[in-house]
Write a protein that binds this ligand. Structure first.
Ligand code: NAD
Length: 335
């Protein structure tokens, strides 16, 4: 059986990356749309053959409760709306897929997890890289100590942000580069080591005279220390382009560049003094399809998603510690 998805928020990511992927899904189909813009509902509704009864505005959003075709609600809105629209979906008895960052605070993440639990429904975060074959292999190799014991992870994510967008408004985005793109460095450091950090140290550098950065940070780099002794050295930027990570072990390294992009991943490995590109088979489906079908299959079988709400919460707790470290100019020890 294919579970039915409702997409909430018809912006760039939903319409260009996610919606076209349903045709390749095994366990998921697109059945409903939610948008505040009637023209978008009409245009995408017609394009995807969504009946008028399955097109919702934000005003009548809660009526998804009465639509048995909708099994899963996928929240693809600005970050400050993730918690509210996810919780209302849980309360309507639906499973939830929510985009990263899960919310704008750890407290909001906790409320989302509680709402899903109360409704006895799944909650998953859109960490698509966990379904991308190069990343899956990198995790496997790092955890098997293929290049020896992991000592250092370097992870760099950034882009030069265009002005005048919600990402640059703290009220909507919750923060700057760290919330949007640095979170990929943070999440990778955690999934590559398979550990939770014991301390964090962060340094911010933002040109406050740049009108893009009136309310949010530009660069914020951070270091995480893990219980094994591994250290992650991470870049987050809204003024320079980065998309790579490297796991450095006692006997070599594993390098991905680009690492977490939509496509084009490339892996290189240095081991026993030899360096080579590692061919990674594409896998039966791409990362977007893998992500969508994973939640459907978890909902059908009762399994817990590999990137459940708790993963998003762990990142938001660390994001709060990173901001605090930068603000207070000191290392933050974590429980
Ligand atoms: P976008 O600006 O293209 O789309 C946002 C949508 O929200 C628009 O349709 C807009 O109309 C709607 N919206 C509703 N209320 C709004 C308000 N008050 N202000 C602004 N927009 C409002 O953004 P996007 O790039 O599609 O990002 C949406 C979410 O998806 C974000 O949480 C982002 O972090 C996430 N995202 C994830 C990935 C990924 O690779 N996983 C990639 C891009 C975006």
């Amino acid at each position: 059986r294919k579970l039915g998805y409702a997409i909430v928020g018809l912006g760039g990511y939903a319409t260009r990356q996610i919606m076209p992927q349903f045709r390749n899904c095994r366990s998921s189909r697109l059945v409903a749309l939610v948008s505040g813009t009637p023209e978008k509902l009409a245009r995408y509704g017609d394009e995807y053959g969504i009946p008028k009864t399955h097109r919702y505005s934000y005003a009548n959003y809660d009526r998804i409760r009465d639509n048995p075709d909708i099994d899963i609600v996928y929240v693809v809105l600005p970050n400050n709306m993730h918690a509210e629209y996810s919780i209302r979906a849980s309360q309507a008895g639906k499973h939830v897929m929510c985009e990263k960052p899960m919310a704008v605070s750890a407290a909001e993440c906790e409320a989302m997890i509680a709402a899903a639990k109360r409704a006895n429904r799944k909650l998953m975060i859109g960490y698509r890289s966990r379904f991308e074959p190069h990343n899956v292999l990198a995790i496997q190799l790092a955890r098997q100590a293929h290049v020896g014991r992991t000592r250092i992870v370097t992870a760099e994510h950034g882009f030069n942000a265009q002005p005048n967008q919600w990402r640059l408004d703290k009220a909507l985005a919750g923060g700057g580069s760290l919330m949007d793109i640095g979170i990929y460095s943070l999440n990778a450091a955690r999934y590559l080591t398979g550990e939770e950090p014991v301390s964090v140290t962060a340094v911010e550098s933002t040109d406050k005279s740049d009108p893009r950065f009136r309310t949010v940070e530009d660069q914020i780099n951070f270091m995480l220390r893990f219980p094994s002794g591994a250290i992650a050295d991470c870049v987050s930027s809204y003024s320079s382009n980065h998309n790579r990570y490297r796991v450095v072990g006692t006997d070599g390294w594993i390098d991905l560049e680009p690492a977490t992009s939509y496509e084009g991943q490339r892996m290189r490995i240095r081991k026993d003094g030899k360096e080579a590109v590692r061919d990674v088979p594409p896998g039966p489906v791409n990362q977007f399809v893998g992500q969508l079908d994973h939640l459907s299959e978890c909902a059908l079988t009762g399994r817990q998603p590999i990137v459940a709400g708790e993963e998003g919460l762990a990142d938001l707790r660390l994001i709060e510690a990173i901001y605090r470290s930068a603000r207070e100019g000191r290392q933050i020890k974590l429980a």
